[in-house]
Design a protein around this ligand. Structure first.
Ligand SMILES: O=P(O)(O)OC[C@@]1(O)O[C@H](CO)[C@@H](O)[C@@H]1O
Length: 452
C-alpha cells in the first residue's frame, strides 16, 4: 500500500462527523460484533462436553472476540494478522502497517473501507488458525433464515411467476422482461443483513415480487442505465456473463432466476458466479451458501411443505444441472475480500482481471461492490459514473484485453455516489434526509468505456 493508491477525492472515514461511517463504528459494528460473540457463545455451549479440546479452543476464540469488540468500542489500533490458510495475509499486514505509520491505524481514523473489511478478515483469521473451528461461520444461520424464514413466500411467488416464462418460447417482450429482471435483482439488494441489524427487522416487507411493485419502485431508481444495458445484452448470443454476488438468501436467489432466464433466451451459455471466500459483511454469499440455496430449493425442509414448491424445485433442478455440466462456474477469488477498490485489481489480482476479461458482461451486485467500483470517496454526486470508475476496465498489461462492459446494481447504503443528474441530490435532500444510506433508493449504472 502507498499513497499513490489513494482515491482522487477524500476517503470516507469513521472520523468524519455525522457520516454513515461514523455511525457504523459507533453503533452498527458494535451491534454486529456483539451478535457474533453471542452466537459463538451459544454454539460453544452446545458442544458435547466430552470434546474438551474443542471447548478449550472455543474459549480462547471467545476471549479473542471479546477483546476485538473492546478494541472496536475504544477505537484501538489494528493488530497484525497471524499467518493463516488464506493467501492474502502479507498483503493485509502491509496495509495495517502502512496505516499505523500514518497514525491512522484505528477503526475510525483509517479509511472506512479498510477498517470494516479488516474486521471480517480478522474474524476469518481467528477461525482459520484454530483446529476445531476452521469452518465456523457466525452468520450461517442468519443467512439461511433469510431464505427459509418468512421469505419463502416470496421465493415461491417469484418461481411461480418466472418459471413459466423461462420455460416458454415466447420472446416478443424480451426487452421488458430483461429490464424487469435487472430491477428485481437491484431491489433484492435492499434486504441485506448488515444494514438491518435488528432481530425484529422484517425483510420480507422489502421484497418486490409483482410487476406492480417493481413499477412503483421506479420513482426510487435515481440513476437508470437499464435501456443501455439491454441494447448491449440484446446483441449477445451464447456468451459468458459474470455475476459478482452480494447477499445470500433472497438476493442471490433473484440473481439465479435472472441468470436462468439469460441462459434460456440464449444470451448466455455460461455464467460465472463470484462468491466470497470468507464470511463477509454478515450476509455475503460464500460458495457453501450458494450450494445451500440450490440444494434447499430442490429439497425444501418439511416446515415449508404447506407451500406448493413445484416451480421452485423445477428451477433449482435446472440450476443444479447447469452446475454439474459446467455451464455454471463457481469462483471465490480472495481479491473479492481484499480491502482494495477494483481499480487496483489488475495490480493485486492480475489473474482474476484476465479471467474477467474473457467474459462478455460483468454484473456487480450491491453496495460494497459499488463502493469498490467507484472507490470509497466523496465524489461530487454529478461526477459521471465512468469517470468515477477510473481506469477499472482498461486493457490488461499482459493480454491487452480490456474488461467487458459492466453494470452496477446497488441500493444506496453508504454516503458515496456518482453519476447523478444535476438537481437530483438537492431534490432528494428535501424528501428524505437519509436517501444516501437507508437502502430505499437504487441505481443501475453501466460502464462500457473500454469495450467500445
Ligand atoms: O454490499 P451490501 O450488502 O449491499 O451492503 C453492505 C453494507 O450494509 O455494509 C456496508 C458497510 O457497513 C454498508 O456500506 C452497506 O450498507
Amino acid at each position: 500500500m502507498n499513497e499513490s493508491l489513494f482515491p482522487p477525492e477524500p476517503f470516507l472515514r469513521g472520523s468524519i462527523p455525522n457520516s454513515f461511517a461514523e455511525d457504523t463504528f459507533d453503533r452498527r459494528i458494535p451491534e454486529i460484533f456483539s451478535q457474533v460473540n453471542k452466537t459463538f457463545e451459544e454454539t460453544l455451549k452446545n458442544v458435547n462436553p466430552s470434546d474438551i479440546e474443542k471447548i478449550k479452543e472455543g474459549n480462547e476464540i471467545k476471549n479473542k472476540l471479546e477483546r476485538l469488540l473492546d478494541d472496536i468500542k475504544n477505537d484501538r489500533e489494528f493488530n497484525e494478522i497471524v499467518p493463516d490458510e488464506y493467501s492474502d495475509c502479507e498483503e493485509w499486514n502491509d496495509c495495517i502497517n502502512f496505516w499505523k505509520k500514518r497514525n491512522e491505524g484505528t477503526f475510525k481514523k483509517c479509511s472506512w473501507l479498510f477498517a470494516e473489511s479488516y474486521l471480517y478478515r480478522v474474524l476469518a483469521n481467528y477461525m482459520s488458525v484454530s483446529k476445531y473451528w476452521k469452518k465456523y461461520d457466525a452468520f450461517t444461520i442468519k443467512k439461511e433464515n433469510s431464505l427459509i424464514g418468512p421469505t419463502w413466500k416470496s421465493v415461491v411467488a417469484m418461481a411461480d411467476m418466472i418459471n413459466p416464462i423461462i420455460s416458454s418460447d415466447e420472446d416478443n417482450s424480451l426487452e421488458n422482461t430483461f429490464i424487469n429482471f435487472l430491477k428485481y435483482s437491484l431491489w433484492g439488494n435492499q434486504a441485506d443483513l448488515s444494514l438491518h441489524t435488528s432481530a425484529k427487522a422484517n425483510l420480507t416487507n422489502l421484497h418486490k415480487i409483482t410487476l406492480d411493485e417493481i413499477k412503483k419502485s421506479d420513482v426510487n431508481l435515481i440513476s437508470d442505465a437499464s435501456s443501455k444495458i439491454w441494447n448491449y445484452v440484446s446483441t449477445l448470443k451464447g456468451k459468458r456473463i459474470d455475476f459478482i454476488l452480494d447477499n445470500a438468501g433472497y438476493e442471490t436467489y433473484n440473481d439465479l432466476v435472472f441468470a436462468d432466464w439469460l441462459m434460456s433466451k440464449g444470451f448466455a451459455s455460461s455464467i460465472v458466479w463470484h462468491c466470497k471466500q470468507i464470511p463477509w459483511y454478515v450476509s455475503d454469499t460464500n460458495i457453501k451458501d450458494f450450494n445451500w440455496i440450490i440444494d434447499t430449493c430442490i429439497n425444501p425442509p418439511e416446515s415449508l411443505n404447506e407451500f406448493d414448491n413445484t416451480n421452485v424445485i423445477d428451477m433449482a433442478k435446472r440450476w443444479k444441472s447447469y452446475l454439474e455440466n459446467g455451464q455454471w462456474i463457481l469462483n471465490d477469488d480472495i481479491f473479492w475480500t481484499s480491502n482494495y477498490p477494483f481499480r487496483h485489481m489488475e495490480t493485486f489480482a492480475p489473474k482474476l482481471y484476465e479471467y474477467l476479461s474473457e467474459s462478455s458482461l460483468l454484473i456487480f451486485k450491491g453496495d460494497m461492490n459499488y463502493r469498490k467500483t467507484v472507490y470509497d470517496c466523496y465524489w461530487p454526486f454529478t461526477t459521471p459514473f465512468i469517470e468515477a470508475c477510473g481506469d477499472f476496465g482498461k486493457p490488461s498489461s499482459s493480454t491487452n484485453k480490456p474488461l467487458p462492459p459492466y453494470a452496477c446494481l446497488r441500493t444506496c447504503k453508504a454516503d458515496v455516489i456518482a453519476g447523478l443528474e444535476e438537481g437530483v441530490s438537492e431534490k432528494l435532500d428535501k424528501i428524505c434526509k437519509e436517501w444516501l444510506v437507508n437502502g430505499k433508493y437504487g441505481i443501475i449504472q453501466y460502464n462500457d468505456k473500454y469495450s467500445n
